[in-house]
Design a protein around this ligand. Structure first.
Ligand code: DC
Length: 216
C-alpha cells in the first residue's frame, strides 16, 4: 500500500447511499472521490455498444483488450473515458444495470480495473466506493466503511430516482460471484443508512473515521 496517500474504502450494496456519502466526505476532507462502479459500467456500456454478448466472457475479454480506458479526475471526482469518449449519464441506463454484474464477475475484467483503481493513490488521497475496495483494492487501509440499507429502502431510492434497476438481483449476483464478492471486509465499521438522512449518514461516516484515528 502506498505510504504517502490515504484511502478511505466505502463498500456496500447498490443504492445504499454510498456514492452520496463518498462524495460529501471527499468534498469535506479535500480528497478525490473515486466511483469504481463507473469503471465496470463503462466497460459494460462499451461491450453493449459493440453488440457483444455479455455472457460470452471470451468475447468480452477480447473486446476489452482493444479498449483504451482512461481514468482521470475532474473537480475532485473520478472520470472515465473509453476510446476517447468521456462516459457520464449513458452508463446509468437500464441496459447497463442489467448486465454490469455479469461483466464484473469476470476475473480478468476486475484485474485490469483494480490496477487502474490503485493508480489513483499514486497522486491523490481518495475516498473510493465500490464492492471490494476494503477487501481487495486497498486491504491494508485502516479506513474501511460498509454502508448498508434494507432492501425495501434501496429499491424505493432507485424508484424515486426514476431508475429501472433490479437492485436485489444485482446484489445477489455481486454477493455470490467467485471473484471479489461483495462482503463486509475485516475491520470495517458498518453503517445502516435505512433510517438515516444523508447528513446523518455522512456524520456517522465521519465519526467512524475519527474512531479509526483519522486526522485532518
Ligand atoms: O456502484 P454501482 O452500482 O454503480 O456498480 C455497478 C456494478 O459494478 C455493481 O453491480 C457491481 C460492479 N462493481 C464491482 O463489482 N466492484 C466494484 N468495486 C464496484 C462495482
Amino acid at each position: 500500500m502506498n505510504q504517502i496517500h490515504r484511502a478511505v474504502a466505502i463498500d456496500g450494496p447498490a443504492a445504499s447511499g454510498k456514492s452520496t456519502v463518498a462524495k460529501r466526505l471527499a468534498a469535506s476532507l479535500g480528497l478525490v472521490m473515486v466511483n469504481s462502479g463507473a469503471m465496470y459500467r463503462a466497460v459494460t456500456w462499451q461491450i453493449l455498444q459493440e453488440k457483444i454478448d455479455p455472457e460470452n466472457s471470451a468475447s468480452v475479454l477480447e473486446a476489452m483488450n482493444r479498449m483504451e480506458i482512461e481514468c482521470g479526475v475532474e473537480d475532485g471526482l473520478s472520470t472515465i473515458a473509453i476510446n476517447g469518449r468521456l462516459l457520464t449519464t449513458e452508463i446509468r441506463g437500464a441496459e447497463v444495470n442489467e448486465h454490469v454484474s455479469k461483466i464484473a464477475s469476470i476475473p480478468e475484467v476486475r484485474e485490469r480495473l483494480v490496477a487502474m483503481q490503485r493508480e489513483y493513490l499514486d497522486n491523490n488521497d481518495v475516498v473510493m466506493e465500490g464492492r471490494d475496495i476494503g477487501s481487495v483494492v486497498f486491504p491494508d487501509t485502516p479506513f474501511k466503511l460498509y454502508i448498508s440499507a434494507s432492501e425495501e429502502v434501496r429499491a424505493a431510492r432507485r424508484a424515486k430516482d426514476g431508475e429501472a434497476d433490479a437492485v436485489a438481483q444485482r446484489d445477489a449476483q455481486d454477493r455470490q460471484r467467485k471473484a471479489s464478492p461483495l462482503k463486509v471486509s475485516d475491520g470495517s465499521i458498518v453503517i445502516d443508512s435505512s433510517d438515516l438522512t444523508i447528513e446523518g449518514t455522512v456524520e456517522a461516516a465521519r465519526e467512524a473515521l475519527i474512531k479509526f484515528g483519522w486526522e485532518d
